[in-house]
Design a protein around this ligand. Sequence first.
Ligand SMILES: NC(=O)C1=CN([C@@H]2O[C@H](COP(=O)(O)OP(=O)(O)OC[C@H]3O[C@@H](n4cnc5c(N)ncnc54)[C@H](O)[C@@H]3O)[C@@H](O)[C@H]2O)C=CC1
Ligand SMILES: O=C(O)[C@H]1O[C@H](OP(=O)(O)OP(=O)(O)OC[C@H]2O[C@@H](n3ccc(=O)[nH]c3=O)[C@H](O)[C@@H]2O)[C@H](O)[C@@H](O)[C@@H]1O
Length: 456
Amino acid sequence: MKVGVIGTGYVGLVTGACLARVGHRVCCMDNDTAKVDRLKRGIMPIYEPGLEELVRQGVEEGLLEFTDALAAVVEHAEVLFITVGTPSRPDGSPDLSAVRAVARGIGQHLDGRYRVIVNKSTVPVGSGNWVRMLVEDGARKTVPALTDGGGAGAQAGEPDFNVVSNPEFLREGSAVWDTFHPDRIVIGAESERAEQVMRELYRHWVSPDEPEREPVPLVVTDLASAEMIKYAANAFLATKISFINEIANICERVGADVSRVAQAIGLDKRIGNQFLNAGAGWGGSCFPKDVSALVSTGQEYGYECALLKATLSVNDTQRKRIIEKLQRELRILKGRTIAIWGLAFKPHTDDIRSAPALEVANQLLNLGCRVVAHDPVVTAAQAHSQVPDLQIADSALGALDQADALVVMTEWPEYPQLDLGEVGRRLRGRVIIDGRNCLKREMVQELGLVYVGIGR
Ligand SMILES: NC(=O)C1=CN([C@@H]2O[C@H](COP(=O)(O)OP(=O)(O)OC[C@H]3O[C@@H](n4cnc5c(N)ncnc54)[C@H](O)[C@@H]3O)[C@@H](O)[C@H]2O)C=CC1
Ligand SMILES: O=C(O)[C@H]1O[C@H](OP(=O)(O)OP(=O)(O)OC[C@H]2O[C@@H](n3ccc(=O)[nH]c3=O)[C@H](O)[C@@H]2O)[C@H](O)[C@@H](O)[C@@H]1O
């Protein structure tokens, strides 16, 4: 099928490249012309394992192309994915300005041919109807014949389209794998015609590298439920992490070990063992904004989301606990040098949006510390765009020289592999705060260093 993807961020680029991999003809569009130019030259805008090869393959096979022209992608596609960003506004509600611009723009370029317009961006319940209205508004400016609500089955000259919600569940760092191995594909369709198009698009959704795999289950539902499924999934996962962080905080006080607690409760199939790693809290571009957006939706309807507010507040406090732990060990922080390992909000990505590490770094700088950080993929320029006073070391060990304490904020797999003896020799102080419980406690302690984990 001919597919258009509008927005080439994480979701757009991965979706486009995977759709091309299964044989669809994909045109990816972005209004960031510089980004499109780089993509045309094979330069990836993000660090995501496996993505570069997939994009290269799609382009070489003639199945994947890039443009900065909205008209071109609308002209090309039978199915148009909207994958632009929906960041938080200061009050927690999502900023939908990019979705608005794209929906109107699509309307302006529609001709009489039927299109399915797919919301893959995470958008509040009701956005499907809103996108329909915006597309129609856009079309009205260019199609004088359109006089009523129109939509599916419209007369010649009127825009003929349906809106579908197809939320995305990929995780950064494993985005390509997740896209080909989702637990389910959710489709909220407003007509049977659109549903059939989506079923055809995702028919036999397995990577050609694994032809024997079972196809992924499709959950077909109404628009509002599909939109809510996305928020409910992220809110649940964020709540699960906040829950285990709260248990960790109690464990610390009573002398229990949260790792053992998590492992044992996770064996109960009703609980499950994933997303039970206690640490410095969750970050990233989605959990913070999506939980806040759901709280904001509740507020719009006069409902107080007590549990979700607690989820946010536990997470907020969790980062502050890193500072408290440093204060407990070092007493005075002013004038101290603190090394931080890991800046990305999680391993295997260079994304630093709402990264707990940056918040901790900022707090330490405000408290009068010198902060020297290392991350295997986040560049100094990226880090300085958010925390200008942060010093960046070339290597993890290099960050330790003159440091009074080390704080591990991202569990990059290389960190536990480093020579702890060398860590002990280079650190000026004796304290290691393991904000992700990823180092071997006993090994650290054997070297005469003070190990402080989370909930253990
Ligand atoms: N990042 C992730 O892991 C996931 C993100 N999502 C959701 O998917 C959506 C996109 O997220 P990301 O890919 O992270 O966003 P992003 O911020 O990385 O990328 C958005 C892209 O849209 C482009 N854009 C903005 N306005 C545009 C316009 N008017 N026309 C064309 N392009 C435009 C930007 O230049 C940018 O390249 C969000 O709603 C997010 O909540 C859902 C699941 C996973
Ligand atoms: O909507 C989205 O954007 C995506 O949000 C998350 O994916 P992502 O943010 O990429 O990363 P996660 O692996 O979920 O981690 C989120 C945060 O939680 C933290 N985390 C995760 C798991 C855990 O056990 N403990 C924990 O603290 C991570 O360090 C990270 O800061 C969801 O897992 C995806 O399903 C969803 O599509």
